[in-house]
Design a protein around this ligand. Structure first.
Ligand code: G3P
Length: 218
């Protein structure tokens, strides 16, 4: 499973990218707002920090508007992925951009039917929002299972399932069991993945015993 980071905080991205475990980045207008920075500038910096796909989301809602914005965003760097909403215009833009060789991430997916349409339109990624479904009392991970099952029936579908709106390590692990291609993680969730109290406890005990031997390795 690939790990993307879901943030527009460049310092955070650089820090996590240094682990070598970050395969890409996703942003959205809310994350750009949170960063307080210029969109184009931030996307450029993120693309330099991470070699993998970096999703930059359009703000237009019409086909022509989305294509015009994509034309501004694509030249920023070769790893820019255009993120469009799951609307008819978004799907039309997906078709056009993917035919032109541009990678498209179709976002705000809340049903398997929507995911099927995105795949037919040629999306490189589909972003089903797990946490926001959980928030309204629907099982977000159930949607991931459905999409993985549907996509796996058709060899011609190359769209990657990008699990979004991830809130906890449980989301990541359950989605990985289902074979989801990518999870985009808030930095805090990525950091949580490494933690286990027994690891800390075990390490403390090993270090204490090692100290007691009085030895040094180097
Ligand atoms: O970028 C899309 C996504 O991951 C949003 O997550 O936490 O705002 O529901 P969240």
């Amino acid at each position: 499973m690939k790990f993307f980071i879901d943030t527009a905080d460049v310092a955070e991205i650089r820090d996590l990218a240094a682990t070598g475990l970050v395969d890409g980045v996703t942003t959205n207008p809310s994350l750009i707002r949170k960063s307080g920075r210029d969109f184009i500038e931030v996307i450029g910096e993120i693309c330099e920090a991470v070699p993998g796909p970096v999703s930059a989301e359009v703000a237009a809602t019409t086909l022509d508007g989305m294509l015009a914005e994509a034309a501004r965003l694509v030249p920023i760097a070769p790893n820019v992925t255009i993120k469009v909403p799951l609307t008819w215009d978004g799907l039309k833009a997906t078709k056009r951009l993917s035919q032109d060789g541009v990678k498209v991430n179709v976002t705000l997916c809340f049903s398997a039917a929507q995911a099927l349409l995105a795949a037919k339109a040629g999306a490189a990624f589909i972003s089903p929002f797990v946490g926001r479904l959980d928030d309204i009392g629907q099982e977000g991970l159930g949607l991931i299972a459905d999409i993985c099952q549907i996509y796996s029936q058709y060899e011609t579908i190359t769209t990657e399932v990008l699990v979004a709106s991830v809130r906890s390590p449980v989301h990541v692990i359950e989605a990985a069991k289902m074979g989801a291609d990518v999870a985009t993680l808030p930095p805090a969730v990525l950091r949580q993945l490494v933690q286990h109290p027994l690891t800390d406890k075990g390490l403390a005990a090993f270090l204490a015993d090692w100290e007691a031997t009085g030895q040094r390795i180097v």
